[in-house]
Design a protein around this ligand. Structure first.
Ligand code: ADP
Ligand SMILES: O=P(O)(O)O[C@H]1O[C@H](CO)[C@@H](O[C@H]2O[C@H](CO)[C@@H](O)[C@H](O)[C@H]2O)[C@H](O)[C@H]1O
Length: 478
């Protein structure tokens, strides 16, 4: 039985459903959060559509929290997405960009752009409401349930994202998880654990939208406090590099020294790791598990080689680095980690660094993302990100002189060292002491990035490829 026939779940007129599914099949592949870019969609099937009405409200748009299964022309595995939909008789001009299709007398549109439906989601969380099998759950003792939401307008963040985050003024951020997967979303699970640990390095968790998929719990949304006056680490790093390139002879005077921030960031990441380990446990890898980790890295490499032919010249040294992991001494500590840490996943508030988005690598299955891993994976992710920032900024300076290229590398080294020093200081152990593992994780990340860029931003693929060349010792010839 499809969920659309379940009690409490809206039953669409039979003739509307196939038209709605056809319209979504055309619209979905163009959305930034659609993960299967470039794979022709053969059909979209609506498997859940929960009506979002507030019993006291009348009139206004019809809101549906829909889950769809996407089928592909190549017969490959299907994917499921959460798609909040709105239906109105007429659409205000402000929603013109959200239109999905017109049906007799009504317009179907992407509800995440509709402040009225966004306000409804917030209201339902505040009321601990249940609609169909969807539960709107406020976090206890945060005061959110009783807080006034008057005058707050919810609009999606414009950023390029894997999910859709709706900002309500300077107060709240509601993240709607686009990939509908069975299991509690790792982002929500990590935020719950870090809230229990009273971490000062996360935005306060205020609530969640939890549903059900194939009889399993599923997370549709997560509500957090909005970090006002915060700047993304990525933007700060680029500003530092811009200043460095503008005054190459006096970088410190130009405000280009990011090292103090990088050091504080290292300490913040170490504190988050310590809290995650305390709340969710930790263990160590034995000989057999190290062999499995090595096999896993090799498997990911084989997959990447099939997607990125430009990795082929480095296949042998990459394999050697990943094989060497099997020979490391047993006792490598593992625990729940962030899983996709980079400068775009950290926010500098006036008071501290916050770590966001604990979802892990969007392409990996949930079980893999929450499996205990070495915290060095996160360290490696951030090290890669310093290199990314420098190389990206360098490319914005057309025809960059050798001096700038040297400065970019120095900036990277300097900030990587500062991050590692801050981490070591707070963790009481130096990540660089496990250099072979750290390098293997950096290589694995660069290989993942090569796939990610090939699929999403082909112009950027040179950045991870250059890193692979460097890390395997085949220096870049300039
Ligand atoms: N609590 C927050 N306060 C302010 N801005 C935030 C907060 N959480 C996320 N952001 C902003 O939203 C963007 C997307 O958030 P993120 O969790 O990374 O979503 P996605 O999973 O879609 O990548 C971030 O890059 C950041 O700029
Ligand atoms: O933030 P997401 O969970 O969507 O992460 C994915 O996209 C990232 C790109 O935004 C990608 O990160 C890569 O690019 C960053 C700069 O844009 C850079 O700082 C990172 O070091 C680099 O890995 C991430 O890998 C991907 O999972």
């Amino acid at each position: 039985m499809s969920a659309i026939d379940q009690p409490d779940v809206i039953t669409l007129p039979e003739d509307l459903r196939p038209r709605l599914e056809r319209a979504l099949a055309v619209w979905l592949p163009w959305q930034r959060w659609f993960g299967a870019k470039g794979r022709p969609v053969s059909a979209v099937e609506l498997i859940q559509a929960t009506e979002l009405a507030d019993e006291r409200a009348s009139g206004g748009p019809l809101g549906l929290l829909a889950v769809v299964t996407v089928h592909f022309a190549d017969g490959a595995e299907t994917e499921r997405y959460l798609v909040p939909l709105g239906l109105r008789a007429t659409l205000p001009d402000s929603l013109a960009g959200a239109v999905i299709a017109g049906f007799d007398g009504c317009v179907l549109y992407d509800a995440t752009g509709d402040p009225e439906l966004n306000a409804l989601l917030l209201l339902l969380i505040g009321k601990s409401a249940q609609r169909g099998n969807v539960h709107f759950v406020p976090e206890l003792s945060t005061g959110f349930a009783g807080a006034s939401r008057r005058g707050l307008v919810g609009r999606p963040l414009g950023a390029e994202q894997s999910n859709t985050s709706v900002r309500f003024g300077d107060r709240y951020l509601l993240k709607l998880f686009r990939r509908a997967t069975e299991g509690v979303n790792p982002d929500l699970a990590a935020h719950r654990a870090l809230r229990r640990a009273r971490s000062r390095h996360i935005a306060t968790l205020l609530g969640a939208i939890e549903g059900e998929l194939a009889g399993e719990p599923a997370t549709f949304g997560m509500l957090q406090s909005f970090a006002a006056n915060a700047t993304e680490g990525w933007a700060m790093a680029l500003a530092s590099l811009r200043d460095l390139f503008a005054a190459p002879d006096a970088p410190a005077a130009a405000g280009a020294d990011f090292a103090a921030e990088a050091r504080r960031l290292g300490s913040a990441v170490a504190a988050v790791h310590a809290d995650l380990a305390r709340e969710l446990g930790s263990s160590t890898l034995g000989v057999g598990e190290l062999a499995r980790l090595s096999q896993d890295l090799l498997r990911r490499l084989d997959f990447a080689l099939s997607v990125v032919p430009d990795l082929a010249p480095y296949a042998d040294p990459l394999r050697a680095a990943f094989l060497a992991v099997a020979d490391l001494p047993a006792g490598v500590p593992v625990q729940r980690v962030h899983g996709d840490l980079h400068l775009g996943q950290v926010l500098r508030t006036p008071a501290t660094w916050l770590v966001i988005d604990f979802e892990g690598e969007p392409a990996a299955p949930i079980a893999e993302r929450i499996a205990p891993q070495s915290p060095l994976r996160d360290v490696a992710g951030m090290l890669r990100s310093f290199d990314y920032a420098a190389q990206h900024q360098l490319r914005l300076f057309t025809g960059s002189a050798a001096q700038l290229r040297r400065l970019a590398d120095e900036w990277t080294r300097h900030n990587r060292d500062a991050f590692l020093a801050g981490y070591a200081e707070a963790a009481g152990a130096d990540p660089a002491a496990r250099q072979a593992l750290l390098t293997a994780f950096e290589l694995d990340k660069a290989v993942y990035e090569a796939v990610y860029e090939t699929r999403n931003r082909p112009d950027w693929v040179d950045i991870p490829l250059r890193a692979v060349r460097r890390l395997v010792g085949q220096e870049v010839v300039r």
